[in-house]
Write a protein that binds this ligand. Structure first.
Ligand SMILES: Cc1cc2nc3c(=O)[nH]c(=O)nc-3n(C[C@H](O)[C@H](O)[C@H](O)COP(=O)(O)OP(=O)(O)OC[C@H]3O[C@@H](n4cnc5c(N)ncnc54)[C@H](O)[C@@H]3O)c2cc1C
Length: 383
């Protein structure tokens, strides 16, 4: 795998071993089946028990049948899964950072006992219901409401674009209770709770993206996450998830580079391999420069997270940079592959299409730019 600046030397033996185990899983078990799933718009559900066997769920959780790992290892896992498919990476990101993490960090012991061991085994899937049809980049405006009625909370509202929503057993739903944002656990099958898978997506095709409708949905009061109050709790989850997205985008960029480089060596045009032409070499060199910068940025961010020193603005920068550069790399790779570049079998077009969604979810490039701008100037330009 491309590692021009030998970032591997900075990893511990344990980190390399874990990464290599996931790399084999991706190459041997995921890559051969992913393109047909992308064509059909289905998630390879058979990979979920395998991901659980490999201890890929519960990476931010201590105890409860989970094996907590460092952020660096989490990032390496997201990179390897993202090298195959962003939907596959999203399965791990959402389960770990957006479902298990909030239950662990903000849940009661009863909630943790109920959900985390099964989620670690891949028997229960979680989702994160934050975005709404009218509130995406500005979640604080959310219209979903919770009202206390006896020993229940009654939820009303619509959540949109929710990864894994239609296959989830439990949804972490964010709603305003007495004007304060709180987190609630809504179990699938609860009366008044309906999920609908969003169809005709041209991006993130393997990932089930859903609408969650809550209509007078009564949940027991014990399903309120006691420790989650306000946007701060949400941002804590998003910090974990955005780092995973940045690492996954790096994985997509690596996949595109390798596909383009291999093709350029083989493909002969005007009787010479296209790799011998300066313009193709320029493309490849540009890709390697950006991948190397992203590897160093991502590696260092993982270490900062592990030391609890990472700022959310640094995570924003990594998400913004890695996704933007991965998109450019995927486009260059697609160009190098010529007509074959549009075939799913060569994988590059899948990454290119998926990166369109990746650039929007977990905060768009504009939103992360504004986060950085505010940090640099002290002035918010959001409103
Ligand atoms: C495949 C997929 C999976 C997703 N999964 C989840 C999930 O699991 N859970 C969840 O809660 N959400 C999820 N989302 C939703 C995602 O987080 C939102 O789509 C994202 O936050 C953007 O919101 P929006 O689509 O409403 O765009 P909008 O907020 O309407 O933005 C539209 C455009 O306006 C720009 N813009 C917004 N505000 C400003 C401003 N102040 N200045 C300049 N430009 C601005 C944006 O950058 C964007 O270009 C997912 C989305 C996708 C596509």
């Amino acid at each position: 795998m491309l590692d021009y600046f030998e970032v591997d030397l900075l990893l511990t033996d344990e980190e390399r071993l874990f990464r290599d185990k996931i790399r084999r899983f991706v190459d041997e078990e995921c890559m051969p089946i992913i393109a047909p799933h992308f064509d059909r718009g289905t998630f390879p559900m058979e990979l979920i028990p395998r991901m659980a066997d490999l201890e890929l769920f519960g990476l931010h959780v201590e105890g409860y049948g989970c094996r907590k790992e460092s952020h660096t290892i989490y990032g390496l896992i997201c990179q390897e899964l993202g090298r195959c498919d962003s939907g596959l990476r999203a399965m791990a990101s959402v389960q770990n950072s957006l479902a298990m993490y909030p239950i662990f960090a903000f849940g009661s012991d009863e909630q943790r006992q109920k959900w985390l061991p099964g989620m670690a085994r891949g028997k229960a899937i979680g989702c994160f219901g934050l975005s709404e049809p009218e509130y995406g980049s500005n979640p604080s405006g959310m219209a979903t409401r919770a009202e206390k009625q006896g020993n229940h909370y009654v939820l009303n509202g619509t959540k949109m674009w929710i990864t894994n929503g239609s296959i989830a057993h439990v949804a972490v739903v964010w709603a305003k209770l007495d004007n304060e944002i709180r987190g609630f656990l809504v179990e699938s099958g609860t009366p008044g709770f309906r999920t609908t898978q969003i169809q005709r997506k041209f991006s993130y095709r393997t990932s089930p993206t859903s609408l969650l409708a809550l209509e007078n949905c009564a949940i027991p009061e014990k399903n309120l996450l006691p420790g989650a109050r306000g946007l701060k709790a949400i941002l804590q989850c998003l910090n974990h998830a955005r780092y995973g997205v940045a690492c996954g985008a790096l994985g997509s960029a690596l996949a595109c580079y390798h596909a383009a480089e291999a093709f350029a060596r083989e493909r002969k045009v005007f009787e010479k391999p296209i790799a011998s032409y300066q313009l193709i070499q320029q493309h490849l060199a540009r890709m390697v420069v950006e991948i190397t910068k992203a590897q160093l940025l991502t590696y260092h961010l993982g270490r900062l997270l592990d030391q609890d020193k990472a700022k959310h603005t640094q995570i924003s920068m990594a998400k913004l940079n890695n996704v933007r550069e991965a998109m450019k790399i995927a486009r260059m790779a697609r160009d190098i592959l010529g007509a074959r570049g549009i075939l799913a079998d060569h994988h590059v077009i899948r990454h290119l299409c998926d990166l369109e969604a990746v650039s929007t979810l977990e905060g768009t490039e504009s939103i992360h730019t504004l986060i950085l701008g505010q940090d640099l100037t002290g002035i918010s330009a959001f409103h």
